[in-house]
Design a protein. Structure first.
Lengths: 346, 346
């Protein structure tokens, strides 16, 4: 693939992108996405041209593939699938970016992108893989940080239950709770993920949801004193099964609703054990990391410090090859991934 | 009925009480309560003897008649039904109470009570009926106060929706939100209650839930800009119907779950529209006024001031005759009452 060749000049060659071909019905299918080959973008006057190197796949994207507004507008049919990206600046007329810089952006599922520079930041040279800028130091890590600290607010000795605990958000959320002195139990799918939680990360316990028929009983066994903070990435059924075990003054962080994204609300399991809200004075709150953008610098400083100190470990699940983006995304909903899933563009 | 005749002396005569005869299955029945005639209590050394004059009936009591813990221990079979009471001191050896004082307590469904003085307070002579000590200045008013101000926290111009809005808690909650400058809409049962809300209390709107088949549509019509605060006394079905209309950063006060008290959680309608928690960054929190006991004096001062200024109106629904307590209680669940329901002991 040829590089861009300067302002106003038409670039030569083509690049690939995935667009929304049809709105998924239930679990997304490969055919919901269409691979297109389009001319390389040109360098805009005063802007920059970026070659994407890592593209994220995120469960939350599912909400934008339907036709209802969630926390962002739905994608239009034919639009490039939106996603966080990390890439290299290939050409720039922008004073803040120079060729060779690594930049984090949200260019979506495409190989190249042109930009006027807004919404893009240079990835600092912090000794970590640039991919971390859209992983543990990107929206997943920031979501864990604000969700756990602002809403969960675990106190030393409290019990924190994290679901999808081996995922990008959950693993960071659990470790942040441990840093705050809490006893942390994770829910994950399969023995390998559970072993990683208790072994590598040092969680006090792990529950393999694939091996459990009664989640309430399993959580009760792993959290004999009850649950002070539930940091949930799964959805209604999970929250409902933990509600009876929440302790007085407990907090429920509604971070993700993976299990409910693929069906309309009227088909979702309902929260029924809501009597606990009054009985135990519970608080349940949803969050979106974007709301905390002014606090990102502090969060990055804390997260980077914890990583350097060995207190915050992360795992990336890198799929090789742009063409595998749809399958990499779909696999999130069956728990194929083990850690932050990214697609690496060869 | 004879009055008490001094410390250590056996009182003569009998008094009546209602005890839990069996645990209700669904809507409570009259036969779930047993009327007993028992000897009058004796004046304990250093204590006091009270004749109850007003006894409360509260939907929340339903939770204590079952065998599961809610925010209080379940009542034992044969135990006196617990309730707030206002009565007159008939004899006292306690330095803080003298004969003739009006006292607020929680003596339950009985005509007389003996006490060591703990948990009892003298009703101040504030020019209001002593019954207000267990109404607008009792747990209902305090629940409205803390629920609306601490959790709902309405801002000027925000839209607040209150359910069971003609009830003791709801009517106070709505008016407190109006005092804070919010636009308040109430949900109540029947045209008389709705007319009272918009006429006497000055609510911006009222929805008669008996005349509405689609609550979401009715709330959308009455709250065209959406709902910033939902102060709910009804339960899951109501909350679920309002969730799609909640505005960014909205708050849901889980104050009562009247519609769900009479059935086990697994039969309750579920909250399904929970996607709004992330999409709109909602907070849902349950409350119990008892948790705020240190702030009661400030609350009483504010509530009394608002009543005197004509900004907080209240309505009492007084049923005459001790023997009608069970029916007065059961009627709460079909919306028989119009305002704070109390039973007056003749």
């Amino acid at each position: 693939m040829s590089a861009a060749t300067g302002s106003g000049t038409a670039t030569t060659g083509m690049h690939r992108r995935f667009v929304l071909a049809r709105r998924p019905d239930g679990l997304p299918q490969v055919d919901d996405f269409r691979l297109e080959s389009v001319p390389l973008p040109t360098l805009p006057a005063g802007g920059l041209l970026v070659r994407n190197r890592f593209v994220s796949v995120d469960p939350g994207t599912r909400g934008r593939l339907g036709d209802r507004e969630t926390y962002a507008q739905p994608l239009a049919l034919g639009e490039v699938i939106q996603a966080a990206t990390v890439g290299t600046v290939e050409a720039s007329e922008h004073p803040k970016f120079k060729a060779g810089d690594w930049v984090a952006a949200a260019f979506g599922w495409q190989e190249w992108a042109a930009s006027d520079g807004r919404g893009i930041r240079v990835v600092p040279d912090n000794g970590l893989s640039p991919s971390t800028a859209i992983g543990v130091l990107g929206i997943p890590g920031l979501t864990a940080y604000f969700g756990m600290l602002d809403i969960g607010a675990p106190q030393p000795g409290e019990t924190v239950l994290v679901t999808s605990a081996a995922g990008a958000v959950g693993s960071a959320a659990g470790q942040i709770a441990m840093i705050r002195g809490a006893r942390v139990v994770g829910v994950a799918g399969g023995p390998a993920k559970c072993a990683w939680l208790t072994g590598t990360l040092g969680f006090a316990g792990a529950i393999d949801h694939r091996a459990v028929s009664d989640m309430t009983a399993a959580v009760a066994a792993a959290c004999p004193e009850g649950v002070d903070v539930l940091f949930d990435n799964v959805g209604n059924a999970m929250i409902d099964s933990v509600l009876p075990l929440m302790k007085r003054g407990g907090r429920i962080v509604v971070c993700g609703q993976m299990a409910d994204y693929n069906r309309p609300a009227e088909q979702a399991p309902g929260l029924r054990n809501t009597r606990a809200f009054i009985g135990q004075r519970l608080t349940m709150r949803g969050l979106v990391a974007f709301d905390h953008v002014r606090q990102y610098p502090q969060a990055w400083a804390d997260l980077t410090g914890w990583i350097r100190a060995g207190r915050l470990k992360y795992r990336e699940d890198v799929v090789e090859g742009f063409e595998h983006l749809p399958q990499a995304f779909i696999g999130l909903f069956t728990g194929d991934n083990f850690g932050r899933r990214l697609v690496h563009l060869r």
